[in-house]
Ligand binder design. Structure first.
Ligand SMILES: Nc1ncnc2c1ncn2[C@@H]1O[C@H](COP(=O)(O)OP(=O)(O)OP(=O)(O)O)[C@@H](O)[C@H]1O
Ligand SMILES: [Mg+2]
Length: 319
């Protein structure tokens, strides 16, 4: 009947207690499953292992547990989980945003930073970077309970922002609907006060009154963050971030890379003159990703030198 695995856990009470502590984490929790898997693996490799070997591996494992306990080194067995409920947002591949993402993420994760603004001209890539920051919460452990993404946009009212936040926090219902703005603010406040939260406001055009919405002051306690994007440097200051991050246009080589990708190899490989003209068109976009993307995509179907020359004429007259 094959090799049965007989696991005899030591009666040592300390080890027992420690095993209970480890339940729910990693290898030990799934000890039986892991041993079964190892056994299958060994059998697949053509090895005939006896229960003695398994008894031995359990013994070695318990020794390791004892050592870990004596070192107090528990990180090895307990991996913190990513923030739950953060749904990844679709993003496109980008040029030159990796470093920015790292800088923004590191700033945001600093304990002393409660509010962080990203500013830059329209089409420069603020929302794109913002999505990447958001997605990082879904990928890795950040220590936050809730991450809320809200698109604010021009003219947004307090009530609309409250509604969006309440929806994300599942506070809505008949009772909620009948409340006035101030009571809704109290509900949001009561909920968020107990949480480690990140509120992400995309595209704000003026100061957002966090208190009126019910958002606990992010500068008063660690574990509260408000991060936003805006076109206006002034709005950053009014929101309380006096050292906001500026998102700048792409460097010339980055711009060319983005443009070249959008136009595509098929078109560019038709004629070396098209490549020269394409470089000129890319320069006209002055590193603005939105322009590079839109014009690049449009030019992808222009396969004659004449069409490219015409495009340059048009850009010259509209500049
Ligand atoms: N670094 C980049 N690499 C590739 N594409 C980019 C990059 N930055 C932005 N884009 C593209 O440019 C377009 C505009 O970007 P985005 O919407 O992020 O700009 P924005 O700064 O938020 O603009 P707005 O102020 O109007 O909200 C998007 O289609 C995006 O995919
Ligand atoms: Mg945007």
């Amino acid at each position: 009947m094959g090799n049965f695995v007989c696991i005899e856990i030591s009666s040592d009470q300390t080890v027992d207690r420690f095993i209970r502590f480890l339940r729910g984490k990693g290898y030990i929790r799934n000890l039986k499953k892991n041993l079964r898997r190892e056994r299958r693996h060994d059998i697949n490799k053509g090895l005939k292992l006896s229960s003695y070997n398994y008894g031995k591996s359990v013994y070695l494992l318990l020794e390791e547990v004892k050592n870990l306990k004596s070192e107090g080194n528990f990180e090895v067995v307990a991996e913190p989980a990513p923030t739950s409920g953060v749904e990844e947002r679709p993003t496109q591949s980008t040029i030159g945003q990796d470093k920015l993402l790292e800088t923004a993420w590191n700033r945001l994760m600093e304990d002393g930073v409660g509010i962080l603004g990203l500013h830059g001209m329209g089409g420069v890539g603020k929302t794109t970077l913002f999505k990447k920051i958001h997605n990082k919460f879904s990928e890795m452990a950040s220590g936050f309970d809730v991450v809320i993404w809200i698109v604010v946009s021009q003219g947004a009212k307090i009530s609309k922002i409250q509604e969006d936040i309440a929806q994300k926090l599942h506070l809505c219902g008949d009772e909620w609907t009948n409340k006035n703005e101030s009571d809704k603010a109290t509900d949001i406040y009561k909920f968020l006060k107990k949480k480690r939260f990140v509120l992400m406001l995309d595209d704000i055009w003026e100061k957002v009154d966090l208190e009126a919405i019910g958002v606990p002051d992010p500068t008063r306690e660690i574990g509260r963050k408000v991060v936003f994007t805006t076109r206006s440097r002034e709005v950053c200051g009014r929101m309380g971030d006096h050292e906001p991050m500026e998102i700048k246009c792409l460097e010339p080589e980055e711009a060319w890379e983005l443009f070249r990708n959008k136009v595509g190899y098929n078109t560019l490989s038709r004629d070396p003159v098209i490549v020269q003209l394409a470089r000129k068109v890319a320069e006209k976009c002055r590193g603005l990703p939105l322009a590079l993307c839109v014009i690049g995509e449009t030019m992808a179907s222009k396969t004659t030198v004449q069409e490219w020359e015409h495009a340059i004429d048009v850009l010259n007259t509209s500049a």
